[in-house]
Design a protein. Structure first.
Length: 394
């Protein structure tokens, strides 16, 4: 991830005219083909699906070594062709002199640092199809800084917050300087948002207590959303269904996390919520949630203090997703959990889910349980036979 203090155009990759002539103006890279037109100074990228990411293993402060690196100082326009659905991590980062970017209607995701430090980039179209924005995707671009300036002058409802297609992509006051003006409650309770994007409040100061209420319309939070910020508490409503990795990574003032969705998908890593990454205890605060919830499972796994806010969900045999009915999705969910477990991924699920999944009461949720659940669903919902569990388990 790219943070403040990265390079400026003064440190851009320097390539002589003689060296440029020795490099091909087209080629392939992972899932894409690319070509550079010297006359129009345009880089065109085409292909299907995910472009793949670019990591500079030599220096994090330049595009040196990327497939079209010899032309980075010459590129003024980037065209991403139809068919591309995701722009990978850091793919166009540190292209200092790019002024405009044309994106396709097929695009759905822009990954971390995709255009970071493209400081001359002022024109970019964001198709309505894009619903995922990674951390620092537009860090220190002219486009983002201009948006912030406009917000400050107009005093809009979102104040300084920058959102695209219902996703909050930057909640900091000046973008590049990573500051936030007080509690972001106005934006999070506005009803205009669907998600908090990756790194939206990354490094932001003056945040304090943050609540994502039921009325917010927000159902997911991206990776590193509050990383290294001054957040002191976080309350996530029951409407939040998933959160990204390390959303509260290294937040020294974080004291309490309240999770109202008993089945919230929580990355199992201890750094999802932490004050520090050193020492024996990474988080000295409290995880609050329902008994036998994923919040409790997360706290127990990482040795964090847990406080119950209510009773566990009722246990219904075979109802893995706890929606009060046994369906094909329940069988698939148990099978997925089993395959991830035997592959060593240690998926985090609620205690209630484990109890619902273990239909044969052998103390574990495995492929046999998935088969029994599938049989129960087929007998009762497809064949309409009204078969009891006792018959299924014979």
């Amino acid at each position: 991830m790219l943070l403040a203090g990265a390079a400026s155009p003064a440190f851009a990759l320097t390539v002589s005219a003689e060296e440029t002539q020795q490099h091909p103006t087209s080629g392939t890279y992972k899932n894409i083909t690319w070509s550079f037109d010297e006359a129009s100074k345009t880089l065109t990228v085409s292909g299907t699906g995910d472009t793949g990411s670019y990591y500079n293993t030599v220096s994090l402060l330049s595009a040196d070594g990327c497939p079209w690196g010899a032309f980075c100082n010459d590129i003024e326009k980037i065209v991403v062709s139809e068919g591309i659905t995701k722009i990978g991590i850091g793919l166009f980062a540190f292209h200092y002199y790019v002024k405009s970017v044309q994106l396709p209607e097929s695009l759905t995701a822009i990954s971390d640092s995709a255009f970071a430090e493209c400081c001359c980039l002022s024109e970019i179209n964001i198709p309505e199809s894009v619903t995922e924005f990674g951390a620092a995707a537009f860090y220190d671009t002219a486009w983002l800084n201009i948006r912030h300036s406009q917000k400050q002058m107009t005093g809009s409802d979102f104040d300084c917050f920058i959102a695209e297609n219902g996703v909050l992509i930057d909640g900091t006051l000046y973008g590049s300087y990573r500051r936030a003006p007080g509690n972001p409650a106005d934006a999070l309770s506005s009803g205009k948002l669907k998600a908090i994007g990756g790194g939206a409040f990354q490094g932001a100061e003056y945040i304090g207590d943050v609540e994502v209420p039921d009325s917010s319309g927000i159902d997911r939070i991206g990776d590193w959303a509050f990383e290294r910020s001054s957040i002191t508490s976080l309350t996530l409503s029951k409407n939040i269904t998933s959160i990204g990795v390390d959303i509260c990574y290294c937040c020294p003032d974080l004291e309490k996390v309240t999770i109202e969705n008993p089945l919230l998908e929580i990355p199992a890593s201890a750094t999802t919520f932490c004050n520090t990454i050193t020492g024996d205890k990474l988080f000295s605060g409290t995880i609050c949630g329902y008994t036998d919830s994923t919040a409790q499972a997360y706290a127990v796994k990482n040795g964090y203090k847990f406080e119950s806010i209510g009773d566990a969900l009722p246990v219904m045999q075979g109802d893995f997703d706890c929606d009060e009915k046994v369906t094909l999705e329940d069988a698939q969910g148990v099978l997925k959990y089993y395959t991830e477990t035997i592959s060593g991924k240690e998926p985090l699920i609620a205690g209630t889910q484990k109890k619902c999944a273990d239909v044969n009461s052998d103390g574990k949720a495995d492929v046999m349980d998935a088969q029994y659940i599938l049989k129960y669903y087929t007998e009762n919902e497809v064949a309409k036979k009204n078969t009891a569990w006792e018959e299924i388990l014979k």
